[in-house]
Design a protein around this ligand. Structure first.
Ligand code: MN
Ligand code: MN
Length: 331
């Protein structure tokens, strides 16, 4: 947690001091504190780039996501516009840099990412990751969920629960949560997937979810209920145990977030997209991500700006969770 003596080091650059388009674009204009930096161990919440899309089965591009998200995140200011939370004063936040993938080797990329996030976890830093495609979440869960299964709240058009693709390929951005359940990284009875929609080849992913007890809130149910009601159920499912939050930008309607590889129409608005993240308040978040922003399909930067804004909402929830547990709150 921060104290007045070194608070300045951890504050983002203000647009009142240096124009937003100037300077080096770290996430939210935070200090750059990669592993090996003298102050790495002091970080509470680390923003990480995962520039890898080797699990993509359709239109590639999310490997370029972290750089564009950093650029558009220079629009983020110090205070949440709704909750008035000031996360950069509540906890020490920093840009930890990018995990270095191997774009020519999927399994090596998974190993490199797990290794990076193991260092983050060993330093007791809560990672907030910008993808990358959704397969990036699997090595994060391997690093964070190794000792005990985590709960998860997952926003997406897709379940990403398929067994395999192309006759036996086990690792794609459509399979990470199937692997995570099989590997004991997630407790399926504490997993809630929200926003699922679109045409399908079959129901194999849904059958698996039903068999292991994963709760799916499909889009037709999401729209029929209030956002508050849906999120109250999601919070009840994960309870007060350790929980990961995974946010695929294709959860949002492509009218608001066209810059992604596998869009599905009929989704939430940008306001609903922010609201669901804000309503994670009270969840014990041990890590979170925002994945599948694809700059080649996002020439205006609008999808990346929404992604950066969702990252801020997630960061505020994490900051509140850390300060309340440090004060002897819910934990
Ligand atoms: Mn996904
Ligand atoms: Mn998706």
């Amino acid at each position: 947690m921060t104290d007045a003596t070194d608070r300045d080091f951890w504050q983002p650059v203000s647009g009142f001091d240096l124009p937003r388009y100037a300077g080096l674009p770290t996430f939210m204009r935070l200090p750059f504190v990669p592993p090996g930096h003298a102050r790495f161990a002091e970080v509470d919440v680390g923003l990480v780039g995962a520039p890898w899309d080797g699990g993509t089965t359709n239109r590639p591009g999310p490997r370029h996501g972290p750089r564009q998200l950093r650029d558009l995140s220079t629009m983020i200011r110090a205070q949440n516009g709704v909750t008035r939370v000031r996360p950069f004063e509540a906890v020490r936040c920093a840009d930890l840099g990018d995990v270095s993938p191997n774009p020519a080797d999927l399994m090596d990329s998974l190993a490199r990412m797990e290794d990076f996030f193991s260092k983050v976890r060993a330093a007791d830093i809560v990672p907030l990751t910008a993808g990358g495609d959704h397969l990036c979440t699997l090595p994060i869960l391997r690093a964070l969920g190794r000792e005990r299964p985590l709960g998860m709240i997952h926003f997406d058009s897709h379940t990403d629960l398929f067994h395999s693709y192309f006759g036996g390929t086990m690792y794609t951005h459509g399979t990470p949560f199937r692997r995570a359940v099989e590997e004991g990284l997630l407790d399926p009875k504490r997993v809630c997937q929200i926003g699922i929609r679109g045409s399908a080849y079959d129901w194999e992913d849904r059958d698996f979810a039903a068999a292991v007890g994963i709760r799916i809130i499909p889009i037709e149910e999401f729209h029929a209920r209030s956002v508050e009601d849906v999120m109250a159920e999601a919070r009840a499912i994960v309870g007060d145990g350790e929980t990961y939050v995974s946010y695929d930008i294709d959860f949002v309607d492509p009218a608001f977030a066209p810059g992604t590889g596998t869009p599905e129409v009929g989704g939430p608005t940008s306001w609903q997209a922010l609201s669901v993240a804000r309503l994670l308040d009270g969840v014990k978040v041990v890590g979170a991500d925002l994945v599948e922003v694809s700059p080649p399909f996002d020439p205006s930067g609008g999808t990346a700006f929404l992604g950066a804004s969702i990252l801020l909402e997630l960061l505020c929830v994490i900051a509140c969770s850390l300060t309340s547990s440090a004060a002897g709150g819910s934990e």
